[in-house]
Design a protein around this ligand. Structure first.
Ligand code: FAD
Ligand code: NAD
Length: 467
């Protein structure tokens, strides 16, 4: 029987990063993955493939709608979905192979099969043929991730009632697409098909899209996406989704409790994800999951069994790849006795629509609820020279700073490249910068980053120069 210091179950961004950090710290490490490729949801059916299709569809959209204004004439323009999906598959393959390379480089043993806990130092690996093998381990890291969630009445049949996984490999562009859930997945994958010509209609339970983000962002993003052709039905509770053979029919109740029906060719169910622990054998060591299906952990990400840790989507917190990665490093370093640190308040969130939406720290609604006195600085993207040069004028940058100390408490933005821009705010906030600190930093011209400086100047004495 092989013996390891660490056995990681699950090879998503949480698991593979944890394995690499463990190996770097000199621990004999194994990683168990049930699928043939490494990388988990993120690399295979999540972050990377969705961004590949978002980029392809954005090129198409620009060629169709924006090139002529730039003086570029195109004729015979056509979206070739098959090629887009093939390119996406190639991007996935390259990225997953990269993880395999990193496992080999760090001398991590990759075991393919379902990993299940036998007792607190033994893990069973069952391969596709049902062959079982046992390994012993001093510590375990559970990184089994999550799966798409759905509610009764909206069970995906994976043909016309689909999840994000099927939406990443459609064989034709649907004429009409319904999306249940105006959250991250619904708006990102809805954008892909809206740009390719589908009529996309969102049915959302809350009174805004992206309801967990600062409300200013939901308002601005609604405006942007409506221009792209999106239709929104807010405050609608979906009751039933049916595959009619020729299409889908969705029945929902609106805010007056009237029944409304929607029809389309396909329905994407994007109402969140749930922690995944099937077949993991938690019960064999007396571990249970909470009412959200998550494994409970303490501040050290340790379960109730001290040598078993859990990270990523399978525990509480944001279901984000970078959060899972940080937790992977945190646990590896904790196991060897270091004292790592993680700032959960500063995990940035991004929605990869165009323009992108990005956020870090507290929202205005959270500050109001907490009774914190704050100042708001904001700046419209259209006032930036760079934005006009590139024709990406939609969006805004909003900075929330403590009214008394001027410390930046939250930064929320919709802007071209906001996914990258937000990092200035994260760094500033990690070092507890004030809005004045940001306002005094020289930003390169012409860039979108000038919008951050301008919003900071607006937050401090309303002295923005260009708005
Ligand atoms: P996962 O990536 O889910 O990996 C878990 C792995 O464990 C899987 O490979 C699974 O097969 C394996 N596994 C489970 N049980 C067992 C077992 N018993 N034995 C062996 N193996 C097992 N996040 C972002 O930060 N940015 C994005 O842009 C982004 N885009 C996304 C787009 C989509 C469409 C989706 C669905 C998600 C997206 N996410 C994004 C979320 C991100 O993918 C997850 O937060 C991240 O993958 C979580 O990592 P993880 O390691 O916890 O789990
Ligand atoms: P989400 O939580 O972002 O959005 C789900 C939406 O569905 C919410 O707006 C919610 O109000 C709505 N909803 C819930 N029940 C409903 C119902 N019965 N009828 C109508 N609407 C309903 O979840 P998601 O978009 O499925 O994404 C899942 C997870 O994956 C998220 O936690 C996200 O962090 C992660 N993800 C991240 C990215 C990214 O970082 N760019 C991209 C995709 C996914």
């Amino acid at each position: 029987m092989s013996t390891y210091d660490i056995t990681v179950i699950g090879s998503g961004p949480g698991g593979y990063v944890a394995a690499i950090r463990c190996a770097q710290l000199g621990l004999k490490t194994a990683i168990i993955e049930k699928y043939d490729t490494l990388g988990g949801t993120c690399l295979n059916v999540g972050c990377i493939p969705s961004k590949a299709l978002l980029d392809s569809s954005e090129h198409f959209h620009n060629a169709k709608h924006n090139f002529s204004e730039h003086g570029i004439e195109v004729s015979g323009l056509k979206a070739n979905l098959e090629q887009m999906i093939a390119r996406k598959a190639d991007v996935i393959a390259q990225t997953c192979n990269g993880i395999k390379f990193l496992m080999d480089k760090n001398k991590i043993d990759v075991l393919t099969g379902v990993g299940s806990i036998v007792d607190k130092t033994t893990v069973k690996v069952t391969d596709k043929e049902g062959k079982e093998s046992l390994i012993t381990t001093k510590n375990m890291i559970l990184a089994t991730g999550s799966k798409p969630n759905f509610f009764p009445g909206m069970e995906p049949d994976k043909k016309r009632i689909i999840t994000s996984t099927e939406a990443l490999k459609l064989t034709e562009i649907p004429k009409r697409m319904l999306v249940i859930g105006g959250g991250v997945i619904g708006l990102e994958l809805g954008s892909v098909y809206a740009r390719l010509g589908s009529e996309v209609e969102v049915i959302e339970f809350a009174d805004t899209i992206i309801p967990t983000m600062d409300r200013t962002l939901g308002k601005e993003l609604t405006r942007v996406l409506k221009k792209e052709g999106f239709k929104f039905n807010l405050q609608h509770r979906v009751q039933k989704v049916e595959n009619t053979g020729k299409g889908v029919k969705v029945t929902a109740l609106n805010k007056k409790d009237d029944e409304v029906t929607f029809e389309a060719d396909i329905c994407l169910v994007a109402v969140g994800r749930k922690a995944y622990t099937d077949g993991l054998g938690l019960e064999n060591v007396g571990l249970t999951v909470n009412n959200r299906g998550q494994i409970e952990v303490n501040d050290h990400l340790q379960t109730a069994v001290p040598n078993i840790y859990a990270i990523g989507d399978v525990i509480r917190g944001a279901m984000l790849a970078h959060k899972a990665e940080e937790e992977g490093v945190f646990v590896a370093e904790t196991i060897v006795g270091q004292k790592p640190h993680m700032n959960y308040n500063l995990i940035p969130g991004v929605v990869y629509t165009w323009p992108e939406v990005a956020s870090v720290g507290k929202t205005e609604e959270e500050l109001v609820a907490a009774g914190v006195e704050f100042k708001v600085g904001s700046f419209p993207i259209k006032a930036l020279g760079r934005a006009r040069a590139s024709m990406d004028t939609a969006g805004l940058i909003k900075i929330l700073a403590d009214k008394n100390t001027d410390e930046v408490l939250g930064v929320h933005m919709i802007a071209a490249r906001a996914a990258d821009l937000i990092m200035e705010a994260v760094v500033a906030m990690e070092y507890r910068a004030s809005a004045e600190d940001i306002a005094r930093i020289c930003h390169p011209h012409p860039t979108y980053s000038e919008g951050i400086k301008e919003a900071a100047m607006d937050a401090t004495e309303k002295r923005s120069i260009h708005a």
